[in-house]
Design a protein around this ligand. Structure first.
Ligand code: C5P
Length: 303
């Protein structure tokens, strides 16, 4: 039998982890003219991750094929990872045949930046495959056009973020965190969560509670002493989202009853995380919760 010769020339292949994030602090400060909200948040990347593989074939036309294993997700421009690839090629004025594979482990619509981290990993992989045509600053600006959390997902580690989330200041983390991330069947759409906040706080036009203690939290994270000031950990979305997500509220309580020194919702929810003094405690708690729980620790910065 004559085999068809494959003439496509590979420029290379890059495999990257796409880490999830949690918010150790998240306050919504105001509703902006452009419809976005100004935030003050501490994002922290964690070891729970998807795996992204990108292969670049030389081609005179652009053809992007996306495969996702482990979840049912759109495979076209409705997927942020696909859009990241389209955007990178258009921005750098190149054509290519791209094969993108995603091994999905991160829960979807969970407040863990699953979609954003995939898009960030694709941008970093493509920049590497193309021989670094974009500087770090250009890549971050490009990422911000895809989503508010994409710049953080490109940098990772621990960052104090403002604006839509794209203005970052690194926060050294004194010691790795040990946590359990839990998410049941409930899902929350981010735009819907912000709309609920607007309704609840009349578009941030009057008195809005600002909980937690961000300055104290920054110091505790840097000193590796977060467990001594658990009340500093705060997420403004909890007050609005948890009453509509009983499963998430129950998982949050369960984490505390299993010995977490703090438990909080991540992002706009509904995933919740519990922080533990040791990895062994986190592992025991995750086992007790069962299939909705994942053990994680702090992930390294990406760039
Ligand atoms: O930036 P991203 O695409 O992730 O945002 C999704 C939606 O969440 C936005 O369309 C907006 O409604 C809301 N959002 C917001 N303020 C932010 C981030 C997101 O209002 N800082």
């Amino acid at each position: 039998m004559i085999q068809k010769k494959d003439n496509s020339l590979s420029r290379g292949r890059v495999t990257r982890p796409a880490y999830a994030k949690i918010n150790l602090y998240l306050d919504v400060l105001s509703c902006r003219e452009d419809g976005f909200h100004d935030l003050l948040t501490v994002m922290h990347s964690i070891s729970l991750h998807d795996d992204i593989r990108v292969e670049w074939f030389l081609s005179d036309t652009t053809d992007i094929s996306l495969r996702v294993y482990g979840a049912k997700l759109p495979l076209d421009s409705k997927n942020l990872a696909y859009r990241a690839a389209e955007l990178f090629l258009a921005h750098t004025q190149q054509t290519a045949a791209l094969h993108i594979n995603i091994r999905k482990r991160l829960p979807i619509a969970a407040g863990l930046a699953g979609g954003s981290s995939n898009a960030a990993a694709v941008l970093l992989a493509l920049n590497e495959l193309a021989g670094y045509p974009l500087t770090e600053e250009e890549l971050l600006a490009l990422g911000a056009t895809l989503g508010s959390d994409v710049p953080f997902c490109m940098v990772g580690g621990s960052q104090i973020c403002r604006g839509r989330g794209e203005m970052m200041r690194p926060l050294a983390c004194g010691t790795p965190l040990y946590l359990v991330v839990a998410k049941g069947k409930e899902r929350v759409s981010t735009p819907r969560a912000f709309a609920l906040m607007d309704e609840h706080y009349r578009r941030f036009d009057g008195s809005v509670p600002h909980g937690g203690q961000p300055e104290k939290l920054y110091r505790a994270v840097a000193d590796g002493k977060l467990s001594s000031v658990p009340a500093c950990i705060y997420n403004a979305f909890e007050a609005v989202i948890l009453p509509t997500c009983p499963e998430a509220a129950a998982l949050r309580e369960q984490l505390l009853s299993l010995g977490a020194y703090a438990a909080c919702m991540s992002g706009s929810g509904p995933s919740v995380f519990g922080l533990f003094e040791t990895l062994e405690q986190a592992q025991r708690a995750a086992k007790a919760i069962g299939r909705h729980a994942h053990v994680a620790t702090s992930a390294p910065a990406m760039i």
